[in-house]
Write a protein that binds this ligand. Sequence first.
Ligand code: NIG
Ligand code: FE
Length: 409
Amino acid sequence: MLLIKNIGTLVQVETSPRPYVSGGAMEYLPSIDNAFLLVEGGKISDFGHMENCPAIEGETIDASGRFVLPTWCDSHTHLVYAGSREGEFVDRIKGLSYQEIAMKGGGILNSAKKLQNTSEEDLLEQAYGRLMEIARMGTGAIEIKSGYGLTLESELKILRVIQKLKSMTDIEIKATFLGAHALPLEYKNDRKGYIDLIINEMLPAIAKGNLADYIDVFCEKVAFSVEETITIMKAGKKYGLKPKIHTNQFNCMGGIQASVENGAVSVDHLEVLNEEEIRCLQDSETIPTLLPSAPFFINDHYPPARKMIEAGLPVALATDYNPGSTPSGKMPFVLSLACIKMRMTPEEAINAATINGARAMELEKTHGSIAKGKIANFFITKPIPSLAYIPYSFGSNLIEQVFIKGKSL
Ligand code: NIG
Ligand code: FE
C-alpha cells in the first residue's frame, strides 16, 4: 500500500470515467487541491481531499507544493529503430525538404537498411534505452510501430523487440504493424508485389505470433495511395488488427475518409486538414492525433488544432518518436509545442496527452486519468507554481518521481 498525501493539486481526477474528452470540454481538467492518492496492488484504490485521507500503515510520500498527474499516454511512436539520421538533418538545413530526401531513396529506406543490419539484441538495447529515458519524463503507456524493417524477417524482428520490451517493463505497450511505411527499392516497379508480401506473408506470420495489436499505413504521395491503404487496412482487419493510420502529413488525399470508414482507432499527423475531413471526423469515433514535434523538426506547418477543438473533436497528442522526423520522445516538449505553436491551452494539451491519448490506444478504461480501479501510473512534479508552468518551462524536466503500476521508477 502506498499513500501520497498533502498533494498540492491532484490533476485529471475522474469519479465517473469518460472514454475521451472532446471540443470545449477539453478546457476543463478536473483537479483536487490539498489531496491524497492511495495505491493498492498496483491500482488506484482511492483519492480525494486531505480531510478524508485514511490513516494507513505503509509507505507514505508527502507531495506538498507539488502536482500529481496521470502519466502521459504516447499513442504514436516508432522507437524501435537502428542508429540515427543526422545527415538528413544537415541536408534539410542546407535546403532539401523531407519529401525530397524521401524521394531520393533516403528517409525511411535509410533507416530500414540500418535496421536490417542490426542484431535483435542490439535493437532491443537501443529501444530499451529510449523507452527508459522517456519513462523518466512521465510516459507510462505507449504505442510502438514496426515499419523500419520492410522485409518479412526484419518486420518480425521489430515486433519481437516490442514484445520483449513489454516483458521487461510495467509500462503499458501496444504494438502496431507498419509494413506499409515505405516502398522498398527492390519493389520500385512492383508496388503490388510488396503489398502482396505484406498481405500474404507478413500479416499471417504476425497474427500467428500474436505480435501486433494494430495495423498502420503511411497514406501519402511519397508512400501509399488511398486505394492501397484501404486494401492493407482491410487485410489487417481480417486478422483482428484495427487501423491506426498515418495520413494528411503533406497532402489531403482522402486518407481520413477511408480510415474512418474502416473503423480506424486514430488518424495521425493531420498537418493538412480540410473542412470536409473535419466533418468526417465529427461523425466518427476515430481520434485525431497530432504530432507537433514532427513539423517542428522538419520545419513544416502545424496541424489546425484550434479549428479541430472548436469543431468539437477529441484531439490527442503524441510524440511520433522516430529517427527521421522526430528524434525525440519527450511528451513535455510536445505539450509546450501544442500550447505555443497550436494555441492549445495547458488544460487542453494535458487532456490530449492523457485521456485522449489513452483512447487512441484503447486504454481509456485503465489509463489516462486518476480514477478508482485504474492502473496506478502517475508522476509527482517538483515544487512548481501552477499547471501552466509545465508547458511554459519548455525543455526543463519538472518531474520528481514517476510511478508505474504503483512502483517508483
Ligand atoms: O510519422 N511519416 C511517416 N513516418 C514517420 C517518419 C518516418 C521517417 O522519416 O523515418 C512519421 O513522421
Ligand atoms: Fe509516425
